[in-house]
Write a protein of this length. Structure first.
Length: 605
């Protein structure tokens, strides 16, 4: 391997550690601690739990995401919206496609809801390690919550500056963090080498035999070891498939060694409240404070990855018309994934701080955590089964079916958490789900209510008006499709006789590929009437003005339609409010305000 290849090999792994594995990497801070507050740490129980942790990470992260889901990318992009786009192409239409569509909406909503709980539990659990610092043993819990909230606020305030500049230091910090997890795990295993045999699946079987139904409900806490596993697939577009999979093997080894070390430690110290921090303090008291600071930094990096992931999902949702338009700022000149959406950022910040003050302890938050993740994993498995069943890789269907059944077991186990706070997962996910359903249905209904004209009917009137004269210069009209004329354009040209020397109908269509921009100028559709079509990938950032100039289109006035919705239907009223509160098409695409002319059309819905 030559030196440049070697550098990119290791560089890719280090970047992946910083951008993708923060969430799953911070799971050892709270996973076993939470489990052993519910389960007595006898040797049989500890071995059973460690076996479950090992096989959960192997089946649900390595098999489901690293091997199966990551084989289903589109131009290197991954995630549930990508799965939906793959299915749209495969199925074209029918009930199965509608079912897959609803599933993808639900999966996206669960991930967005998870984006609130993950930063809250990660930062809070790390800050709680201060209880073991000499002199801080009696620090009140509310002080720790305030410290965690201040860390979260500063993290959200930093978003608008872009994480591109600091992303370079994320990787090395996570390398040190995973290294510390690995070393502390090995040190602890050395005191009880027999703990390594816990990965034998027989210990998991014995655990269920000895514990019965309560053992099944413990699965709802075991799943915490895999939270963040879905990031392998969702973040595939940032770094590519290979660096993420290579990095995962390092992460898997570091995490599993640390869990085994925590298992050995809890057998010898069953009264310990916080396992990871207790183990580190017992091994190296002098290094405890540096480790605590390292852990807090790791949780900030994990939260950063979640926030960037949420921005990415919302941007995909906006461009594929699943979500309303929102103001998007681009914080990097060369990284398309580096975006900042103010409305999402501040909503997320308020929700994260609310959740912190509501639950107060990471142990309480763990009760709300896990349901969204298992729901999302189950949905991914169902969608993968449909994809594989409709391609040449039908042999993968039985494998995914087994994973789906395991996902389902985990999901059912989290239902026991609903009275203890998991209902917050449902509440948080219902907000984006409701928005997506109202927005997608509303757009279809509005389009039908607008009664657009077909091009041939429009051309008859257009040619008669054109013969009477026109205004010098170029008028630009935005339409959804070049051969479907919206009512505002009929109002402008046919009713008000606003006709220019050159009239250009511009339509923008997002393709089901993530990247690529193609333009097509059709001249002479009629006297002085041209059509300009832009086809762009759903992750593309468009500069419409530049594209127009490249095709010699310099507009004097840019017309666009504004709908004034009149309705008695409460759902469409909500749709109307969302439409008024969010930027319209021209604001979203940052067109020059001095040339814009909005034309209002009253619509009965």
């Amino acid at each position: 391997m030559d030196s440049s290849k070697q550098e990119s090999f290791w560089g890719g792994i280090v970047k992946a550690l910083g951008l993708v594995f923060g969430d799953i990497g911070t799971s050892p801070i709270y996973t076993l601690t939470v489990i052993f507050t519910l389960t007595r740490p006898t040797q049989e129980n500890v071995f059973g739990i460690l076996s479950l942790v090992f096989w959960t990470m192997t089946i649900l992260v390595t098999c489901e995401y690293a091997w199966l889901a990551m084989s289903l990318g589109k131009k290197g992009q991954g995630g549930e919206i990508v799965l939906r786009e793959i299915l749209i192409k495969l199925l074209r239409q029918g009930r199965l496609l509608a079912f897959a569509g609803i599933l993808s909406f639900l999966g996206v909503s669960l991930l967005l809801g998870d984006g609130v709980i993950t930063p809250a539990i990660s930062i809070l659990s790390a800050v709680e390690g201060m209880h073991l610092v000499p002199g801080f043993e009696q620090i009140p819990q509310w002080v720790l919550v305030v410290i965690a909230a201040l860390i979260a606020v500063s993290l959200f305030f930093f978003q608008s500056h872009g994480t591109d500049r600091v992303a370079g230091i994320f990787g090395p910090i996570m390398v040190v963090y995973f290294g510390a997890l690995f070393v502390s795990g090995v040190t602890s295993i050395a005191t009880m080498p027999s703990v390594i045999t816990a990965i034998n699946p027989w210990h998991a079987v014995e655990f269920f035999r000895n514990n019965g139904l309560p053992g099944f409900f413990v699965l709802s806490e075991v799943i915490l070891c895999s939270t963040g596993g879905e990031a392998l697939y969702a973040d595939m577009g940032h770094l590519g498939k290979r660096p993420i999979i290579r990095a995962w093997y390092f992460v898997f080894a570091a995490l599993m060694i640390n869990y085994l070390g925590q298992g050995a430690y809890v057998i010898q110290n069953p009264e310990t409240k916080n396992l990871l921090f207790g183990m580190i303090k017992g091994q190296a008291p002098m290094l405890y404070i540096p480790f605590l600071l390292l852990t807090i930094m790791a949780t900030i990096i994990a939260s950063q990855a979640i926030i960037s992931g949420v921005f990415s999902i919302v941007y995909q949702g906006i461009t594929t018309r699943l979500m309303p338009l929102m103001r998007v700022e681009y914080t990097s000149t060369h990284l398309q994934s580096q975006i900042y959406i103010p409305a999402v950022n501040w909503s997320l910040m308020v929700a994260v701080i609310m959740v912190m003050f509501l639950f107060r302890k990471s142990g309480n938050l763990a009760a709300a955590y896990g349901m969204a993740v298992t729901g999302s994993m189950t949905i991914t498995a169902i969608m993968m089964m449909i994809v594989f069943a409709n391609t040449t890789k039908k042999w993968k269907v039985p494998i995914v079916a087994v994973i789906f059944l395991i996902d389902l077991l985990y999901l059912l186990s989290t239902f026991s958490k609903i009275p203890h706070g998991a209902y917050w997962s449902i509440i948080l996910a219902s907000i984006p789900l409701g928005t997506i359903l109202i927005w997608t249905r509303g757009q279809k209904s509005l389009y039908r209510a607008l009664k657009p004209l077909d091009l041939d009917t429009f051309m008859l009137s257009y040619q008669q008006i054109r013969a009477k004269g026109y205004i010098p210069g170029t008028g630009i009209f935005f339409t959804r499709e070049k051969d479907v004329i919206p009512p505002y354009l009929v109002h402008c040209i046919i009713r008000s006789n606003i006709l220019y020397e050159r009239n250009v109908l511009i339509s923008i269509n997002r393709t089901d590929e993530p990247f690529g921009v193609y333009t097509c100028l059709t001249e002479g559709m009629g006297p002085g009437l041209d059509a300009f079509e832009i086809q762009a990938g759903y992750m593309e950032v468009l500069d419409i003005e530049t594209l127009m100039k490249e095709n010699s289109i310099v507009g004097k006035v840019i017309f666009y339609g504004v709908e004034d919705i009149s309705t008695m239907n409460p759902v469409w009223r909500v749709f109307s409010v969302i439409k008024k509160l969010t930027p319209n098409f021209v604001q979203f695409n940052k067109l020059p305000a001095s040339k814009l002319q909005g034309v209002v059309t009253r619509v009965e819905m």
